[in-house]
Design a protein around this ligand. Structure first.
Ligand SMILES: [Zn+2]
Length: 406
């Protein structure tokens, strides 16, 4: 009976979230109008069921900067936050993002939830409105209990682009642990990789194509750098491995350069992505790239400092690692075992999540989420039973984590 109510609440919340478009406006400015509306409806849903919910402004964002080029004015990005329990004991955060990727190319109606054979279809069903619904349903159940601590639901904006929502939440709230709920098919995620985006600009000397005696091609210099980076990737980075994550890696992602067929290229710009393991810092990555560039015969420098290869960091995000004996890992493992009847598989994943931001703020964090398929794809669905089971695990985790006295 209790389970029926939990599932009914989870399905109701999930359908409401799918019906409320929340395409990230930095990915698709034409169709994304920000998270304000979905944050509002999530708060309203929670408040009408006995959970105090409120919105928090996490913006404005930098309207100039988005993937597909062009401009739009800065937009307020909004988180939905909800809290239950007294402030005296520990605080546990349950986190999901409310934004989704775009809908172009989808072959199902993105914003009309359809329930069929135990699956719920729609944009964001799997990534990750199913998880947000699991959190919302678990909050309704937990609000009826007397807890020795606090549970905060962080339903955040902008995970699919710049994580403005999670960063703002972490600035405002203290917590003792966090469970992120990105879909993980019921597996316990203890680690994920980080990444560093690096831009390298080589400088040559422009000259007419016939003037081999004057011209220096920035593209030729970059060619040597690419070769050196590739060798570094194959020989050095592949040797660095983490038991849950496999090897570190790096790759040349985008390149542009030159101004005409009959001109020695004055400038070439390469963007490189480096996927990092726990223990690899951004400073160390920058140092290594600098050495590789110098081994390729260029003089490396920061932009404007006179080297013929300028290196700068565009964006960096840390990796996640949580000790498997950390209290939050124990609480989720025991809860998942109690709910599902078997211990969850423990894994690391290559892709990045907001989890690392919580961990970097000193909040031990793991990830545990429902099952489904089609993240960022034409047909997206989440398994409804796995959403309910995830909600049960979150409820159990809160009870265990808050019940343990320090
Ligand atoms: Zn996601």
């Amino acid at each position: 009976m209790e389970l029926d109510i939990l599932q009914a609440n989870a399905l109701d919340a999930l359908q409401l979230l799918i019906r409320t478009p929340s395409v990230n406006p930095s990915i698709d400015p034409e169709h994304g109008s920000g998270e304000a509306e979905i944050a509002r409806v999530a708060c309203e849903w929670l408040s009408s069921r006995g959970v105090r919910g409120w919105t928090e402004d996490a913006g404005p964002d930098d309207g100039e900067r988005y993937e597909s080029g062009g401009h739009r004015p800065p937009l307020q990005r909004v988180n939905a936050v909800a809290g239950i329990g007294e402030g005296k004991g520990r605080t546990l955060v349950l986190c999901a993002h409310l934004d989704t990727v775009a809908t172009a190319g989808m072959t199902i109606p993105p914003f009309e939830p359809r329930v069929e054979a135990g699956r719920v279809y729609g944009r964001g069903a799997y990534d990750m409105k199913g998880s947000a619904a699991a959190i919302m349903a678990s909050m309704v159940t937990l609000a009826q209990e007397s807890l020795p601590g606090r549970v905060l639901a962080a339903l955040v904006a902008d995970e699919e682009y710049a994580s403005l929502g999670a960063q703002d939440f972490i600035r405002r709230h203290r917590a003792d642990a966090c469970v992120l709920t990105e879909p993980s098919e019921g597996r316990l995620v203890l680690a994920h990789k980080g990444f560093v985006w690096i831009e390298i600009t080589t400088r040559g000397r422009a000259a007419h194509g016939s003037r081999w005696d004057l011209g220096v091609s920035a593209i030729a210099s970059m060619g040597r750098i690419i070769s050196a980076l590739d060798e570094f990737d194959r020989t050095e980075l592949r040797r660095r491995t983490h038991p849950l994550l496999g090897p570190a890696s790096g790759h040349a992602s985008m390149i542009s350069g030159g101004s005409g067929l009959s001109t020695y290229a004055e400038k070439c710009v390469l963007q490189v992505e480096r996927r990092t393991l726990p223990g690899e810092s951004t400073a160390a990555v920058l140092d290594e790239v600098t050495q590789v560039v110098e081994r390729a015969g260029c003089s490396a420098s920061v932009p404007g400092a006179g080297g013929n290869a300028e290196i700068r960091i565009l964006l960096d995000r840390p990796p996640l690692v949580c000790d498997r004996d950390a209290q939050i890992a124990l609480a989720v493992r025991e809860s998942a075992t109690a709910v599902t009847g078997r211990a969850p598989e423990e894994i690391g994943v290559g892709y990045w999540m907001d989890a690392a931001l919580f961990a970097a703020a000193g909040i031990p964090t793991v990830n545990y989420g429902p099952a489904g398929a089609g993240a960022h794809e034409a047909v997206e669905w989440v398994d409804l039973d796995s959403v309910t089971s995830c909600a049960q695990v979150l409820i159990e985790t809160a009870r265990r984590f808050l019940g343990v006295r320090c």
